[in-house]
Design a protein around this ligand. Structure first.
Ligand code: ZN
Length: 302
């Protein structure tokens, strides 16, 4: 039996069908150029120092197979979040992501940038051309969010209102570039930024929650939070759940597909489990998180 055959597809679809949704809106999905995807997976396979634990990736098919998997789950809209680990590669990643989105109707046109002299120029050009979402990975890229070489790019993104998914929490392994203080300094300079805090800022959940509460355009994405895999190392604190309920219109469903050490369904089961832990995270909250908030931010899929 192939891994695809073993996939709990019906259970995955039942999650959104039972909520009466047309499908799922997943803001945190990765598609990368094949050579780079291969190297990223090698890092996870080695459970190297930036990964920190065993991380057996479940979804390793070709791009087309993975798109079909998302479709089978009922994911009707998803991103392709590229991210750069050094100068000089963002444009290559962005060109690839642009072509990818052009060929996959469900995919948000995604891009990245890196602290380098031409960052503002290529970011402005992408915005003019209609890019839909940016991604930054401070841990992998090893840069500060308030690096002066990023400032004009962030200014353009802030003015355009383009969402930018930022991994700056210290999970799975923190470094001097991760932690809420970095986002705080960025938001001091760009308070209207539509920043989406990846992984809800794990493990610094409380600090990132407060930043999102106090900056009206910011969002949290659920990526990997509430799964058993994350709960074993960085469980979401129960005392924050009422505030998460109040923030219901600014929490976005994200999964991190395909870099998952568990079935896609586990992310949905995790959301279902947490919704049982706090009444404010009931069906309406789940409907907003898994569909409506994404549609409001990015627009309705065709
Ligand atoms: Zn990710």
């Amino acid at each position: 039996m192939s891994p695809v055959d073993a996939e709990p597809v019906e259970e995955t679809r039942a999650f959104w069908q039972d909520l009466g949704l047309p499908g799922l809106f997943d803001v945190h999905v990765h598609f990368l150029p094949p050579n780079i995807q291969k190297r990223v997976w090698e890092q996870f396979d080695l459970a190297g120092p930036k990964i920190g634990r065993e991380w057996p990736i479940r979804y390793r098919g070709r791009d087309e197979e993975r798109v079909e998997q998302l479709r089978s789950f009922g994911v009707r809209r998803f991103s392709a979040l590229p991210y750069a680990h050094r100068p000089g590669v963002a444009t290559f990643l962005n060109d690839w992501a642009r072509d990818f989105a052009a060929g996959v109707p469900e995919c948000l046109w995604s891009a990245t940038f890196y602290p380098e002299p031409d960052a503002a120029a290529y970011v402005r050009a992408l915005i003019d051309d209609g890019v839909e979402v940016f991604k930054l990975h401070a841990q992998v890229g090893e840069f500060r969010l308030d690096d002066p070489l990023l400032d004009d790019a962030f200014g353009a993104i802030e003015d355009a209102g383009t969402p930018v998914v930022i991994h700056v929490g210290s999970g799975p392994v923190g470094n001097e570039f991760t932690g809420p203080q970095h986002l705080e300094r960025l938001l001091d300079r760009h308070p209207r930024l539509t920043a989406v805090v990846a992984h809800m800022g794990a493990p610094e959940y409380a600090e990132f929650l407060e930043l999102v509460e106090t900056h009206g355009n910011t969002r949290l994405d659920t990526t990997m939070v509430f799964t058993r895999f994350f709960d074993s190392e960085a469980p979401y604190p129960d005392e924050l759940l009422p505030r998460l309920a109040d923030l219901g219109d600014r929490v976005l469903f994200g999964s991190d597909f395909p870099t998952l050490p568990y079935p896609y369904l586990e992310q949905l089961d995790g959301l279902a489990r947490v919704s049982e832990r706090h009444p404010g995270l009931g069906a309406d909250w789940l409907r907003r998180v898994c569909w409506h908030n994404g549609v409001e931010l990015f627009g309705r899929p065709d």
